[in-house]
Design a protein around this ligand. Sequence first.
Ligand code: ATP
Ligand code: MG
Length: 828
Amino acid sequence: MSVIGIDFGNESCYVAAAKAGGIETLANDYSLRATPSCVAFDGKKRIIGVAAKNQQVTNMKNTVSGFKRLLGRKFNDPHVQRELTSIPYKVEQRPDGGIGVRVNYLDQDQLFSPEQLTAMLFTKLKETSISALQAQVNDCVIACPIYYTNAERKALLDAASIAGLNVLRLMNETTATALSYGFYKQDLPEDKPRNVVFVDCGHSALQVSVCAFTKGKLKMLASTWEQIGGRDFDYVLADHFALEFQEKYKLNAKTNARAYLRLVTEIEKMKKQMSANSTKLPLNIECFMNDVDVHSSMQRSTMEELCAHLFERVDVTLRRCLQESKLSPDEIHSVEIVGGSSRIPSIKALIEQTFGKPVCTTLNQDESVSRGAALQCAIMSPAVRVREFGVTDIQNYAVKVIWEPEGSLTGGEIEVFPAFHAAPFSRMLTLNRKEPFNMTIQYAQPVPYPDSIIGKWLIKDVKPNEKGELQEVKVKVRINHHGIVLISSASLVDKKEVDDSQAADEQQAGDQAQPPTSATGEPMDLSHEEYYENDDGSRDSPTASSPGGQGWAQRVKGWFSSGNDKKKKSNKLIELSMDVKTHGYSQADLTNYIQQETRMIANDAKETERVDARNALEEFVYDMRNKLQGGPLERYVAESDREAICKQLNDLENWLYEDGEVCDRETYQAKLNNLHSQTDPIKERCQNYDNAPHAFDELRKTIDYARAAVNEFRSGSTKYDHLTETEFINISEAADKAEKWLQNALSKFTTTPRTSDSPVKVSEIRHESHSLSACLNSVVNRPKPKPPTPTTKTTEQSHHQNGESNQDKKDDSKTNSSIPEDSTMDVE
Ligand code: ATP
Ligand code: MG
């Protein structure tokens, strides 16, 4: 099982994996590390990633990109409406108000949500990982922008589960970058934190974060962001050139989506060149519109003038982050830049001005987010062993909880988490209620999402106590490790007076604390306790800012312990069920989308098999024709047969480009099998004729070895003095028999025409060789019997014997004519 980190970019995605040797960015099916966030459709299949981007200009209406900024949103959202102005594919409103992207897939009009499109991209990234790692992949950490609100985070999680990914954490992109910086730094301070700014300027957004590092830990302090990325510079330049071409060539690029896309593509290339070059650069597009070629040029200074308003917004965002962090530039240790657009010289200059120091490019500008996410996944997953590194993230926006009035009880609200509150984090709120009630969690400040409500929870099963009085309800509000705010649990404190022994039995101690009262003395109040809750659910000590200033453990005791000697108050926490209305798909919708994705994956696999079968047939046709006409098989087939097969091959070639262009896999396979049945015998014949001479040579050598051994025995060599005459007579006879077989076979072999099957098979020749060498080796390899051990041995005898046996060994090495078993085997 491998663990991966995914950087889901607006323009492209990166996947990194934690492996034994460290973190590795994975290459896709095009051997590229960047996979375009692009999904396309045609009559047969989905096309995802590099292949989708490559065919975008010719299949614009069915090629979808830029959906990172549509995730979790409704069609009428002003943000979506703004995005739609630069989107060349068809987007419409779904009956539930959501976004539907209409494409032609499998020759049908189909509607997909941004969540589904993201899931398709994740499916591709998952496949890339599985094939790169040669292992199953489920656990992952996905990076998401710091500005993502609850709805977008939920949508991203839904997309991941449609793709069958188990997300251990949604991690803010700059936090992932910070982790990939801090994890490898050996010199982080023990006490006074090192503050580092991370600026990520990508395709659609700018994100700036300040992070405090101490040894083995990072803590995010503040973040700002702005919807400015590389694409905004491209659009400004595209508008400029569109105007110029209108005047110069009377061509309106804005009326032709294809021309506009080509213009933006060329501009992006020029923009990248401008980052490294301040001289005038050409812009040439052939057959731009109406068969007219267009030419122009621009230099960096002009681009900077045209984009001045964008740089201004970048500047404001950078300064705001410094301000939010409450640090002075002197307290900033360094500024690390990542993201493609941070290569723009003016952006670098603005960063240097704001923070008063040169920018650092310690990290890989394109891959740091995915690498940080992979590190986090390795830290969290039990499948990988890695050093711990503490990550305390932040929740970007202030959040409040609102509860409704009930009878004589007033409603109210509390800001549970101010902006930049540490995450993950839980906070316990206590209310006195006697009926089910509603609580709403809502952003307490403007957020980049039209609806500030995070969710509504109906806390059920609340009832008065036996005396008809209010009961305490404890509600846990949590920012989880995905940055999602929710009510994670609600429980009723069931208070009973019991005698001592009963209390002990129940293992629940009584609570001395009086029900909290509000400042106004209302019968209902809200008290709150706070504590960190780690990902595994275990609790740390609360922060110094905790109300009451007591440790968590002490306060827990305060709630639940003691009483007088005889009577104790027993408090039992009864879990309450809740109805939740929040963002994200219902389980039923999710199941439906998962099934749909599974079907599409199966269809893609089937289509790949079909195309592979067609390619295999096509390849066979070309290859076989080359081999039969002027190639190695030509002389092994009769002319009339060859012509008949070649005609079939030519007919098949034509068929493949006409009626056979689109057939099912089985049809191609059947035709290929038919060809094999005709041509495999020719190939076998060819192989036999080609390999037989070598096999004959080997048999010849074996016969020679056998005869040499017989001669050596007959010459009285001491080497064989432990063997018998009969044994060597047998070897001699076997060699004569093999010789006779060889002569006979050679004469048949040389006189047979090559267009007929050989009368002697290579396997038969080898069999003869093996039989003879087995007969020989069974005799000559038999060791000499050990000389009997003399009871007493003189020094002289001993010397003599040793001398003799040493000499024997030397002779052995010179004259040994036995054939090692495997030397005859390895004849090919
Ligand atoms: P986002 O983070 O906004 O979701 P992303 O992660 O896909 O998007 P990146 O891959 O970081 O974005 O950056 C892509 C952008 O960077 C593109 O707009 C590209 O044109 C721009 N870019 C890449 N290299 C350069 C360069 N040398 N000079 C200027 N811009 C560049
Ligand atoms: Mg990015």
